[in-house]
Design a protein around this ligand. Sequence first.
Ligand SMILES: [Fe+2]
Length: 178
Amino acid sequence: MAKISTPNSKNISKRKFISGGALATTAAAVTSFNINTSSVNAQTASIDASSGLKTGIMKPMTYTELPGFLSAAQIAPHYNNHYGGALKGHLDLDKQIDEMTASGMRNGAAYATMQCGHTMRGNSTLLHEVFFDGMTASASDPAANIRAVIEAHFGSLEKWQADFAAASGTASGWSVLK
Ligand SMILES: [Fe+2]
């Protein structure tokens, strides 16, 4: 676990980033059923407090590899470079935005660029945290309520899985079921 920096006390909302920013912010499409949906649901209520966006520290991963599915060499760049880089970039921009605001300097273009980067890196940070938090050592079936919604919207779990895999295969960033 690497200490990045000390964040300020801004009210950071996970949903703000997820819904407010472009989702195609980083690499790595999510296509697996190795996502513990009940765990993700439980974590949604507490993710704000433990998120690196709040603590300034990278959240530790439960699994550094999933043998037979994702190797440590595959996961490490996403954790160290993508996630760690996004968190550091977000926190750096947080500080720069505060400094520009405090200085009284008015540069609309620079401010807009910083805010855009701030949001994109915040999204990337949170999406990586959701992905790492949802990893499980074995494939699991979705919870009954999630299965029912998927079946209502896609016809069957298998149709959704095919659609989600196709979307992930063509995306330049993330595929997200919400
Ligand atoms: Fe990544």
